[in-house]
Structure formats: C-alpha cells, structure tokens
Design a binder for this molecule. Sequence first.
Ligand code: SF4
Length: 159
Amino acid sequence: MVLDHDVRMLEKNNIIVTTLEKIWNWGRAHSFWPLSYGCNCCPIEMMASGAARFDIARYGYEVFRASPRQADLLIVAGPVTVKMKPVVQRVYLQMPEPKWVLAMGNCAISGGPFKDGYSVLPGCDTFLPVDVYVPGCPPRPEALFHGLLELKAKVLGQR
Ligand code: SF4
C-alpha cells in the first residue's frame, strides 16, 4: 500500500526516480545504430527490413551508418571468409564502446552450407564476441527484429 501511495505521488508530481545507468541503457537499447555491412544473401533480408513493408524504423534501429566510428551494432549478415576476417575484425575494433554483435544467418553462426569449404570460417564467434544469434538461411526480417528485441532486453539488463 505504501508503494502504491508513493507511485501515485510520483505520477501526480511528474517525478521519475531512476539511475543514470538505467537511462543510458534505455537510450542505447532503443536506438541501435547498425553498421552497413553484409556479404552474400542474408544482407538482402537485412535491407528488406529497412524497407516500407517491414520498417525497422518502428523500433528506432533504422540509422544504418557507413562508418564504424558512428555505429554501435555490427550485424554480421552472411559468411565471413578467411580473407575477410581481418577486415571485419578491424571494422569491429574501430567501433566505439559500448558495442554489440548480432550474427544473422547460418553462415554467420556456423559457416552454414559453406562450413566444409576451405575459405569460410565456422562462425563469426570464432573471433567476435557475439551477443545474439539469429538462425535461418536466410532469416526473414521478422527474425532479425526478434533478434534485435532480444538484444534490447540484454542491453536493458546490462550493468
Ligand atoms: S545463411 Fe543462407 S541466406 Fe544467409 S548468407 Fe548463408 S547461404 Fe546465404
């Protein structure tokens, strides 16, 4: 009952009590700036997620950046080859903290249909700290949104 009374008083006086940490995480979780990166077919689904039919802007995640220095989310869409590994690694290192990685599609998760090949890595988590995995070949935009909402929940609980 005491809590109810306190909440009513806060609402009445337009006062919100929270911590800086919660405000920071709230802002970060509602405005990811993904890097414009992709390789192979999964990025087509990623691009479709930004188009009118799916509209990633509904979640506030539509600001795809061309520079890693302005991005805080690396969506690894598609396979990473041995040749591309140092490039992706460098791009990740150029992103400022805090930053997150989402592996989109079976290729990014495990090498997918190319896992037995000589040129594709068995997953980007062999050299990147992946936060969320979105399986599928390719995953639909709705699956990408689900992954982004999982990441959002993770960031909201981040300390
Ligand atoms: S997971 Fe499937 S759709 Fe995605 S890049 Fe690999 S082969 Fe293409």
